[in-house]
Design a protein around this ligand. Structure first.
Ligand SMILES: [Zn+2]
Length: 269
């Protein structure tokens, strides 16, 4: 097996996050300084859409569209020419609540409300624009999770997928009944979807530009295999109870959720 799991969950490896009081105040116009996580560069943006705090993860328009940034400074007193500024267009929802078990490089949850895909995807990708058009189609191919040769990936793609799995490129994975979703980040983040039933994978699809099986799909299924093994050995009861699990990369979680929100209260159980 490619990825070894650490010993079973210990009490002190659980994290409980408590939700911040929901704010009802409308957003105040502000100028915010944003530091981009990929390059470390910092620029100022205009914001009238979100109630931002220092530490929040945001997306902007303009040249750095699609790149994640962290708010480092906020100013409410200003007079500027609006056309000189690009804007904050989205804010990552890092309001996370729940108990998490530790599984290798992931935090694991069996509660549907703790780490929903809809929330975690906002950490990686800004919302789609109205003018963007999407099409999708799934084939009727299916294969055993234990025999990934059936997915038809070339040796090269398979090896790259394996590296992705090793390197923690699978940032998120959830399985809700038979329906699976993952977020895999290479040069940018892609989403992988699949069905998993009786050891078999079907309806596997990734939103990257590759034709045929891609490295994001390979990485996702390798990680899924590891999770199912770890769950079988260490969290069988929890998984049987909810029929659901989700997992998020620990580094990502700690960087975005914990470090980003100084006011939020977390406790290690
Ligand atoms: Zn892909």
């Amino acid at each position: 097996m490619i990825i070894g799991f650490t010993v079973k969950d210990e009490k002190n490896e659980k994290i409980r996050a408590e939700k911040q009081v929901i704010k009802t105040v409308p957003p105040k116009k502000s100028l915010v300084k944003v530091r981009f996580l990929n390059c470390g560069c910092e620029y100022t943006y205009y914001n009238d859409k979100f109630d931002l705090e220092v530490g929040d993860i945001v997306f902007v328009d303009g040249k750095l569209e699609g790149k994640r940034g962290r708010v480092t400074e906020i100013s409410y007193g200003f007079k500027v020419k609006l056309s000189d500024f690009k804007r904050v267009i989205a804010k990552a929802d890092t309001d996370i609540k729940g108990e998490f078990a530790s599984s290798s490089m992931y935090f694991l949850s069996f509660d549907k409300n703790s780490l929903p895909f809809e929330k975690v995807i906002s950490w990686f990708i800004p919302p789609v624009k109205d003018e963007d058009e999407f099409v999708d189609s799934v084939d009727d191919k299916s294969f055993l999770l234990d025999d990934l040769g059936g997915m038809g990936a070339s040796v090269d793609v398979f090896e790259r997928g394996k590296d992705y799995a090793y390197d923690g490129a699978v940032k998120y994975l959830s399985l809700d009944g038979t329906s699976g979703k993952a977020i895999v980040e290479g040069s940018k983040a892609y989403t992988v979807e699949f069905e998993y039933k009786n050891g078999e994978i079907s309806k596997l699809v990734c939103d990257c530009y590759c034709v045929g099986a891609c490295k994001h799909e390979v990485a996702t299924l390798l990680i899924l295999r590891c999770f199912l093994k770890d769950i079988e050995e260490n969290f069988k009861q929890e998984f049987e109870k909810s029929g659901y699990f989700s997992a998020v990369n620990k580094d990502e979680f700690l960087q975005l959720v914990l470090n980003g929100n100084y006011k939020r209260r977390f406790s290690i159980l």
